[in-house]
Design a binder for this molecule. Sequence first.
Ligand code: PDD
Length: 277
Amino acid sequence: RTVYVNGEYLPETEAKVSIFDRGFLMADGVYEVTTVLDGKLIDFDGHATRLARSLSELEMKEPVTKEELLSIHRKLVEENGVDEGLVYLQVTRGAADRDFAYPKDAEPTLVLFTQKKNAVNSPAAKTGISVISIPDIRWGRRDIKTVQLLYPSMGKMAAKAAGADDAWMVEDGFVTEGTSNNAYIVKDGVIITRNLSTHILHGITRAAVLRFAEVAQMKIEERPFTIEEAQNADEAFITSATSFVQPVVKIDDKAVGTGTVGPVASRLREIYLEESR
Ligand code: PDD
């Protein structure tokens, strides 16, 4: 694979980042994951805009312009022959002597690579996934897409250990989001998902799906919901750049609705794939 590091396109085995990089030492960095379908980027603009916001919240400069970022994405997709998969992008504050205070003159480190992945025909879209609930003990700025992903990793491992696929995190009695996705339920035809705040990541797929749902005249309520409400809903599902819309059929061992993939989640997945590619 060809990867990108700070202005250079290199074979992945030759790419290097300093051991003093603050991304490595302090998780002082942000990232984006953009999906590729039919060799084309899905929602690049949304991801670039969120990246700019994450950087600005952490007082980091944008390493390159949005236009340059787009051409780097496109070049890697082409070089690596990615038809279906993703582009991963990471910006860290750069290398400096270890210090909690931000260094004044560090140059940001920009890294991008591609991964091929079958996402459209994922088996989970047909069968649905199961989730467990875990407490949300992450920090309070989940609207910034930082590379501090240890707790979500632990959540994923806890899910696997329990024989489930993923975990929904719960704070003050309400679901915040999945380990790497936004969470939804459907009751009496109404799509319910948590409102945007610093408690969750502002999903680019979430924005697109809600936009398409509105055009399709579906009813939407943006508010927090509990695990109990989700277990008693007609349907549940998640969204993310890499999973699109994926049905959730079981929560903490209790079937949601009929325990099979429901019509609203299927329809939203269909609309999303049709409209965004
Ligand atoms: N995760 N919430 C969290 C905590 C996430 O990590 C993600 C994305 C989302 C969905 O956001 P979007 O629709 O913009 O992908 C919500 C990416 C895919 C990842 O970490 O791989």
